[in-house]
Design a protein around this ligand. Structure first.
Ligand code: NI
Length: 162
């Protein structure tokens, strides 16, 4: 899970079973986003629940499947938001990230798309794409917060190695 995931190069039809499993796992937990490395598949693939893509929390989109996604623009403005993660149980912490982004991805029909997002969608996309590079939200905390969490983070690191 700490590895950089590989680009998806196989025919997209082959991903449909995995994508269904990922949505099921995500909705069961429940979570609002899941990256393939979290279910043991080191590929650049992410699923996201319907969430708002604006700051007002009003414009709720559809569920998204992101194949080989990349963030192409980040706002300079950063905002705090409390994050949790299925791979980091029992910890939620406020993380600062860019408020808005633009991102590109291939959908399951093979169409390359671009999307502007602020609000919760911008947050989820940034969190999930970090997973593709082996980065967890706790890596983005301040040194002081990491110190406070050090015992719990060490347990997680030990678990990841075993
Ligand atoms: Ni996560």
């Amino acid at each position: 899970m700490r590895l950089k995931a590989a680009a998806v190069e196989e025919p997209l039809e082959l991903l449909k079973g995995l994508v269904d499993d990922m949505f099921e796992t995500m909705f069961d937990e429940p979570g609002i986003g899941l990256a393939a490395p979290q279910v043991g598949v080191s590929k650049r693939l992410v699923v996201i629940a319907p969430v708002a893509d604006d700051d007002e929390g009003e414009n709720i989109g559809a569920r998204l499947v992101l194949v080989n996604p990349e963030i192409t623009w980040f706002s300079e403005e950063r905002v705090p938001y409390e994050e949790g993660c299925l791979s980091v149980p029992e910890i939620t912490e406020v993380v600062e990230r860019p408020r808005a982004i633009q991102f590109a991805y291939t959908d399951l029909d093979g169409v390359r798309r671009e999307h502007d997002a602020a609000g919760l969608l911008a947050r989820v996309v940034q969190h999930e794409l970090d997973h593709l590079d082996g980065v967890l939200f706790v890596d983005r905390l301040s040194l002081i917060k990491k110190q406070l969490l050090r015992k719990r983070l060490k347990q997680l690191a030990d678990a990841a190695r075993s």
